[in-house]
Design a protein around this ligand. Structure first.
Ligand SMILES: [Zn+2]
Length: 209
């Protein structure tokens, strides 16, 4: 009998940060080939276990979840949710090949530093700067955007770097699938999850570690 058959399998939206608590870690979902697919809330992971779709897992237990009562023993079941799970199902999930360019992921890519003055900032103090300005034909894409503080962004305006003699601290790059997942969860990623994803980083992405 599935130990979680009595578990509530409706993934109700719940706050990531419980009152007075620490942000709940996410669970990294892989496909059966071991390719990272997405981050799950623990409720979604419970559903996958209840549907017996989890083929194998890795990493430490991040959360213990109590299931239903076993009819035979009258005992309540419990499962430890690991930090990484590989799931099957009808069609094998494919990693994404394009990733939305959000400021959250961009700032994480550049490690919350202004790539002009090299100083670290809080997210609220940072902006997205187009290396080749939009007004000069630059595109709003990963390879043409960097994190910049408001001061540097304002000073640069719609000029090219060579116009003002500036250099970038690092070259902008498009993250691959593993890098993107690490970026969008960078504030609460667990060590074993980072280790797993880092093995699939490109040479550029090694700067994330
Ligand atoms: Zn700056």
């Amino acid at each position: 009998m599935n130990p979680l058959s009595g578990a509530d399998c409706v993934a109700a939206p719940r706050p990531d940060i419980p009152p007075g608590g620490v942000p709940q870690p996410r669970i990294l979902r892989l496909n059966l080939a071991g390719q990272p697919i997405e981050w799950l809330h623990w409720q979604e992971a419970v559903c996958l276990y209840a549907r017996e779709l989890v083929a194998w897992s890795l990493g430490d237990v991040v959360q213990k979840v109590r299931g239903g009562l076993c009819r035979a023993t009258g005992l309540r079941s419990e499962i430890g949710l690991p930090s990484i799970i590989a799931c099957g199902g009808g069609r094998m999930a494919r990693p994404r090949t394009s990733y939305p360019l959000s400021n959250l992921a961009l700032f994480a890519r550049d490690r919350y530093r202004c790539l002009y003055c090299a100083r670290p900032f809080q997210a609220l103090e940072l902006t997205r700067d187009h290396v080749v300005p939009l007004s000069r034909g630059g595109r709003d894409r990963w390879e043409n955007v960097v994190t910049a503080c408001r001061r540097c962004n304002q000073h640069k305006g719609n000029r090219m770097l060579e116009d003002i003699g500036w250099e970038l601290l690092a070259l902008p790059y498009r993250p691959n699938n593993a890098e993107y997942l690490a970026l969008i969860n960078s504030r609460r990623i667990l060590v074993d999850q980072m280790d797993f994803l880092a093995a699939q980083f490109s040479p550029n992405g090694r700067a994330l570690i």
